[in-house]
Design a protein around this ligand. Structure first.
Ligand code: ZN
Length: 469
């Protein structure tokens, strides 16, 4: 018998079998039992999280021929159930909006909604990648969605919710599918391998679940690959041979370069992150997640319940968290969020990403204005308290030097390794603190402070300007 890929063989058949997405499953279940089914649903979420499977399951629940009304557990054996599962039922019409984007396609669809279903209760339209429809097509669809005939149900699916017009979104019930957690994926992989009678080392499953970054489909296609090479047993060594570096590892490498302030190496690391097919937007999300973890570890400690760090990268995260201060991480996150918004509408996304990574590699040269003033006033405790490892403190030395007439004599290239001599600088700063306090009270300075509060300024450049003048 021909080999069926795992993703197809183990596609969930009932609401109970859906992996993760418990909130959505509960809502649908309640809607079916209370007979309060909406005429239109919009499923959004990244690829491989179960949108199409859930759409087909819902269609089976609506149309199963064994029952007189929609049911939670369709029989999965009647003609209707079987054909829906294959995607070839006459009453459940699956349309890929990516290849039927035009207004004419939607008009035909709209005209067809007038016809009653051939043998089932409902005509169900599953429109995949609905965001690809043209504006005209959306308008045509809107008319049908406003007042569909009672025998028609729409299930729209999209990976890019923000591209679906608000007018459409407001006429359907929305479900946001979450990426699956590595634990959920791992559990399902274990279950499938048991069925397939294939032994696998636990670290292999762990790694595959993390590599899948929330997509069950990706996890299963990796598993297919491993099985075709490894045969009856999946071992760690096999993994090293064929699996690419995990996304986490790529990000860790990139962050390492950023921490060292090495712009060229950072740009190369970015290229490696993107060369595995990860989209720019996904990359931004992943990197922001990673930096958030560093920030939480930095502020709350590595054992905080706010962070869930896999054991494999725990030591690395702990070490990297000490290489940035929280302010720098906040700055980096906000810069990346800005990038994420820009690339959505830009055709030069890659250039913007390169520019941003360069900017981040120079992030340690930035410090907040308030922090600078505190430091000039000789009050590092004002913001930094007991922070011993503080990149911003490092960068402050050039500007502090002319004030204190005491050169700290730090070579500008010495970024590597944490700096633990904040004490010495604390002593060096005070002499002009009265002047600074006076300046702080100047209305103009206050206005400027209010304006730039919270923003980070390039300390090194200002120091260089000062040195020149
Ligand atoms: Zn059935």
């Amino acid at each position: 018998m021909a080999y069926t890929v795992l993703a197809r063989k183990y596609r969930s058949n009932t609401l109970d079998e859906i992996v993760g997405q418990s909130a959505i499953v509960t809502t649908l279940r309640n809607a079916i039992t209370s007979k309060r089914l909406h005429h239109g649903y919009l499923f959004s979420g990244t690829r491989g999280v179960g949108k199409t499977s859930t759409a087909r399951i819902l269609a089976k629940s609506l149309n199963c021929l064994k029952f007189d009304a929609p049911v939670i557990n369709p029989c999965c054996t009647c003609e209707s159930c079987r054909l829906i599962a294959e995607g070839s039922d006459i009453d459940v019409i699956e349309i890929d909006a990516a290849s039927n984007t035009g207004v004419d396609d939607v008009r035909i669809l709209r005209d067809n909604t007038q016809f009653h279903p051939a043998r089932s209760r409902f005509r169900v339209y599953i429109i995949d990648e609905v965001h690809m429809l043209s504006t005209q097509a959306f308008n045509a669809l809107l008319k049908t969605l406003e007042e569909p005939p009672a025998h028609v149900k729409f299930i729209l699916a999209t990976t890019e919710l923000h591209k679906v017009p608000a007018t459409i979104q407001s006429r359907v019930q929305r479900f946001e599918f979450q990426p699956l957690s590595p634990q959920e994926i791992q559990q399902q992989l274990r279950h499938i391998l048991q069925q397939e009678k294939i032994a696998a080392d636990e670290p292999v499953l762990k790694r595959v679940s993390r590599l899948a970054t929330g997509s069950m489909r990706d996890a299963l296609s990796l598993l297919d690959q491993l099985i075709s090479i490894g045969g009856g047993r999946l071992e760690g060594a096999l993994l090293e041979e064929i699996l690419p570096t995990t996304h986490d590892e790529q990000l860790a490498q990139l962050v390492e370069r950023l921490a060292s302030g090495d712009a060229a190496a950072s740009l190369l690391a970015l290229d490696r992150c993107l060369s595995t097919g990860r989209t720019l937007e996904r990359f931004c999300e992943n990197l922001v997640d990673y930096l958030r973890t560093l920030m939480l570890v930095n502020v709350c400690g590595v054992d905080s319940e706010l962070v869930d760090i896999p054991d494999v990268i725990r030591p690395q995260i702990e070490q990297q968290a000490t290489r940035f201060d929280a302010a720098t991480l906040v700055y980096m996150i906000s810069v990346l969020e800005e990038l994420r918004r820009q690339i959505r509408t830009s055709s030069i996304g890659r250039a913007l990403a390169d520019a941003t990574i360069y900017r981040l590699s120079q992030a340690e040269n930035f410090s907040s204005l308030t922090e600078l003033l505190h430091r000039l006033e000789g009050d590092p405790g004002g913001t930094a308290k007991k922070k011993e490892v503080n990149q911003a403190e490092k960068s402050i030395s050039p500007i502090a030097a002319p004030v204190t007439t005491q050169s700290t004599d730090r070579p500008s290239g010495s970024r590597a390794g944490p700096v633990k001599n904040a004490e010495s600088r604390r002593v060096a700063a005070p002499p002009n603190s009265q002047d600074v306090t006076a300046a702080r009270n100047d209305p103009l300075v206050r206005e400027a402070l209010a304006k730039f509060e919270g923003q980070l300024i390039n300390v090194q450049r200002r120091a260089a300007d000062q040195a020149e003048s």
